[in-house]
Design a protein around this ligand. Structure first.
Ligand code: SF4
Length: 333
């Protein structure tokens, strides 16, 4: 059987500030197989971006501290890798694209030079050869090669994000981490960029971690899904498990807060309350102050991880041996 391209176990990350300790990741487990597209979905502040930065060992320290856990990327222990080896892994074993393309682009370099730089470093080839490969890559991401001589400010938001994707792909990474890559774009452009990413993923056969708060994007592109709440995966399974056999009340809440397209009269049902303060997480199940199914035990004991089948789990007391939900799923409206 294939080995995972990414295997994160029990990752605990804290941000230690003058105002206290912020618990960003709280025992995160995440495994991605080669070629898989894995959705990491949850609200803002759940720890999604910290997880992505951890894989590239880019968590700013201080204030960030990896307190516990391991991150194995393509067989290498990220925590134990030298900075020099890490530099050569970034962009080649793993690339990350961010929500705002301008944070990743150099405003005073032409876009073709920025892409060509990756080829030159990665493949040790001449600038002319790198420009040739760059022009082919620009065409691949839907930008006419002759626009390569332009600067980032001459491109629209969608085009800039295509350039960022081209830079990420030029290193031919085994894993692409996409952190809300379409959130800053108009809806129609979002759809175009997502379609392009799907196509390219097939072509390059790379694994992808799609970090998003948008279940529509998850449905469109992902094979497996992890639902993150307060720095911990509370439910994980195949796309069908999560969408059709929802087990965790937080996952149910995410679905219930979506507009119902078939019944426009139906009101949105947002999850009550707010994400907890990560410097003062609730005891037991961190979701208990917001949960519609809360029981006495929920604030007292950490919920167990209960599997339904081999690869679908939820961390919730509802599925304890003695509980009525044993073996069941939540019936959604
Ligand atoms: Fe709700 Fe309790 Fe399950 Fe947490 S453990 S999600 S509070 S039922």
């Amino acid at each position: 059987m294939d080995k995972p391209i990414l295997d994160i176990k029990n990752l605990v990350v804290e941000y230690r500030t003058d105002d206290g300790v912020v618990q960003a990741l709280n025992g995160l487990d995440l495994t991605i197989m080669p070629g898989e597209t894995h959705g990491l979905v949850g609200e803002t502040g759940a720890g999604k971006t910290t997880a992505g930065l951890g894989v590239l060992r880019l968590i700013a320290s201080p204030p960030g501290v990896v307190v516990d856990g391991t991150i194995i990327l393509d067989g290498k222990d990220v925590q134990q890798t030298t900075e020099k080896d890490m530099e050569s892994m970034r962009g080649y074993d793993v690339s990350m694209i961010f929500q705002d393309p301008m944070t990743s682009l150099n405003p005073v370099m032409t876009v073709q030079d920025q892409i060509a730089e990756v080829y030159e470093l990665h493949e040790n080839i001449s600038h002319d050869k790198a420009i040739e490969l760059t022009h082919a890559m620009l065409e691949l991401v839907g930008i006419p090669a002759e626009r390569g001589n332009e600067f980032p400010h001459q491109f629209s938001g969608g085009m800039k994000q295509r350039v960022v994707i081209a830079i990420a792909l030029a290193g031919n990474p085994k894993l692409l981490i996409a952190d809300e890559p379409t959130t800053a774009l108009d809806v129609t452009i979002q759809a175009q960029v997502l379609d392009m990413m799907k196509q390219l993923k097939k072509e390059y056969n790379m694994a992808m971690l799609m970090i998003t708060h948008d279940l529509g994007i998850v449905a469109d592109i992902c094979d497996r899904v992890s639902v993150i709440y307060a720095g911990r995966i509370v439910e994980q399974g195949s796309l069908e498990d999560i969408f059709d056999r929802t087990r965790h009340p937080y996952t149910e809440g995410l679905f219930n807060s979506l507009p119902n397209l078939t019944d426009r009269q139906q009101k949105l049902k947002p999850i009550k309350g707010l994400m907890p303060d990560p410097s003062n997480l609730p005891s037991g199940c961190t979701f208990h102050p917001r949960c519609n199914y809360v029981m006495d035990i929920c604030s007292k004991e950490n919920p167990p991880r209960v599997y339904r089948g081999e690869s679908h789990y939820a961390e919730c007391h509802l599925y304890n041996e003695e509980n009525i939900m044993k073996g069941g799923v939540i019936e959604r409206d």
